[in-house]
Design a protein around this ligand. Structure first.
Ligand SMILES: Cc1cc2nc3c(=O)[nH]c(=O)nc-3n(C[C@H](O)[C@H](O)[C@H](O)COP(=O)(O)O)c2cc1C
Length: 189
């Protein structure tokens, strides 16, 4: 079963798109749970998988957790404009997002998200900073004595544009949504 079909109008497609992103934030089995976050590093695109932790339908905001010492933070401080890519293999559907990231660190919103984290706190508690060259695997995985939010950063992506591509035997469906201009249009796939 595809996510969207030729009977859906632009409003139906928009609502499906927003709902699948929202579901990905609540369902660890969602195909859109793991997304590729693309930043710019020294002029080159730099990509990595991250977890979509939350998506707010009303504001089109997407939330990601990371280590404040990671390279992506340095890149985002230089250029907060990003793209995000995800693909549901079963539904044959690709989603592409564009927008601007705000970094939340040691503030109320970051603390609220930190408090909801039950597991995985070690990801933000290595002794050395992510990406640093070390002499051994042991050094790479050395953890702080206490797991706290000292290096926890919340990335809030305000999505300005979203594109969905549904692969269909009968004809692909590609639609672009501009949330800032509140516009939607079909695109040649
Ligand atoms: C499936 C998967 C999920 C990941 N989720 C996250 C995540 O939510 N946050 C994060 O910072 N890194 C996550 N990572 C690790 C990143 O891909 C990346 O290696 C790390 O964040 C360092 O990236 P950077 O050096 O570009 O900052 C994930 C990796 C994989 C394979």
């Amino acid at each position: 079963m595809s996510l969207i079909n030729s009977k859906d109008n632009l409003n139906d497609i928009k609502s499906t798109l927003l709902q699948v992103l929202n579901r990905a934030g609540n369902d660890s089995h969602s195909a859109f749970r793991f997304i590729i976050l693309n930043t710019i590093s020294d002029g080159y695109p730099n990509s990595r998988y991250v977890v979509l932790r939350k998506f707010k339908i009303d504001t089109q905001e997407l939330f990601i957790y990371t280590d404040s010492r990671s390279n992506k933070i340095k890149e985002l401080k230089e250029n907060p404009l990003v793209s995000v890519l995800a693909y549901d293999k079963q539904k044959k559907c690709q989603i592409k997002l564009k927008g601007k990231i705000s970094i939340h660190y040691q503030n109320k919103l970051a603390k609220e998200h930190w408090d909801t984290l039950s597991g995985g706190k070690e990801s933000y508690n290595t002794v050395e900073q992510p990406g640093k060259k070390v002499n051994s695997l042991k050094d790479a995985n050395q953890m702080k004595n206490e797991f706290d939010d000292q290096y926890f950063a919340l990335l809030a992506l305000k999505v300005s544009q979203a594109e969905i591509l549904q692969l269909n035997k009968g004809g692909h469906i590609r639609v672009l949504f501009d949330f800032e201009k509140d516009k939607a249009s079909y695109l040649v796939p």
